[in-house]
Design a protein around this ligand. Structure first.
Ligand SMILES: O=C(O)CCC(=O)C(=O)O
Length: 312
């Protein structure tokens, strides 16, 4: 089976009203082009970033290979002064390194107290936030977080979903984004919120035979572009160049559905968490039975779920 690709549409949007009418109502990814972000895309060179933020310590992911994997955790967290981190992330070969000369670096900003606080770009990075107008195409009461991301060229972030709507504002550098619709979940070999298929362009077909059936929605983000990633859409992101981005997350569901202890904003809605736990308990119970019974009742459960109207 040859995998199928769809291009993510590029839409000219300048206001919340246009976003709602042309994009949000479809609940599908779209690239927004033409929104005025202010001077940041021109201003934020590596030099400027170093000068503006100095040696503030930042905790970053350091990965010996370009494909960063949260399942096998093939990276380490290291703390570096921001200016040194930017120097390393903006070049391909390092003089000083942790693992390999061509290791990759990635910053995903956290709140002041990473266990409790969510990332808020304008509060946490005031030296930079004056340079950019972020799109707030939603009611302020639903705002959740804004995350600052800086990446080495070639770094590829594992395929995952988030539970909130998200505008990924690509400020510096080109980026490739590949997205899969929520109803592809059975083709993606999930472990939690992450797909086990790391190499999406050259997947191991023996291990992941269904993966090629997943329709990939693909786009190439230019500096200044904004990608709308609806909640539950899987995304795999590759920085093609040294990249700086900010994403803005907001709640799409009623506040009461979200886990209040979730500084990253990626915990499943509370009813879904309970449903997942109930299935895990059911599987443990089936383990008490001999294999043939276990197999029969597991299939019966699958057939109950499949015959349920939700999955139609
Ligand atoms: O662009 C990136 O570095 C990652 C974006 C991402 O994973 C997200 O928006 O959830």
């Amino acid at each position: 089976m040859v995998s199928c690709k769809v291009e993510v549409p590029v839409v000219n949007v300048k206001s919340r009203e246009e976003f709602e009418a042309l994009i949000y109502c479809n609940r599908k990814p779209a690239v927004i082009r033409g929104f005025d972000l202010g001077p940041a895309p021109q201003l934020w060179t590596a030099d400027y970033l170093r000068g503006a933020c100095g040696d503030t310590p930042v905790k970053v992911h350091v990965c010996p290979t370009p494909k960063m994997d949260f399942i096998s955790k093939n990276f380490a967290y290291k703390t570096l002064p921001f200016n040194q981190f930017v120097t390393r992330a903006s070049k391909a070969v390092q003089d000083e390194f942790f693992f390999e000369k061509d290791e990759k670096y990635y910053l995903r900003s956290l709140g002041n107290n990473p266990r409790k606080d969510v990332a808020d770009f304008s509060q946490d990075w005031p030296q930079l936030s004056k340079d950019i107008t972020l799109p707030h195409f939603f009611d302020e009461a639903n705002y959740f977080s804004s995350v600052f991301r800086v990446s080495s060229a070639q770094l590829q972030l594992w395929t995952h979903y988030d539970v909130m709507d998200n505008l990924l504002v690509q400020v510096v550098g080109k980026k490739r984004a590949v997205l899969y619709a929520p109803n592809e979940v059975h083709n993606l070999y999930l472990e939690g919120d992450k797909s086990a298929v790391l190499d999406i362009d050259n997947p191991d077909v023996d291990k992941y035979p269904l993966f090629s059936q997943a329709v990939a929605h693909e786009c190439l983000l230019q500096p200044g572009d904004i990608l709308f990633i609806p909640a539950l859409w899987f995304h795999n992101i590759t920085s093609l160049e040294f990249g700086v981005a900010i994403n803005v997350f907001w709640r799409h569901l009623h506040k009461g559905f979200y886990d209040t202890k979730d500084p990253y904003g990626n915990k499943d809605p509370l009813p879904a968490q309970r449903a997942i736990q109930a299935v895990e308990r059911a599987l443990k119970l089936l383990n008490e039975l001999p294999d043939t019974y276990k197999d029969f009742y597991a299939r019966r459960l699958v057939s109950t779920i499949e015959s349920n109207s939700y999955t139609k």
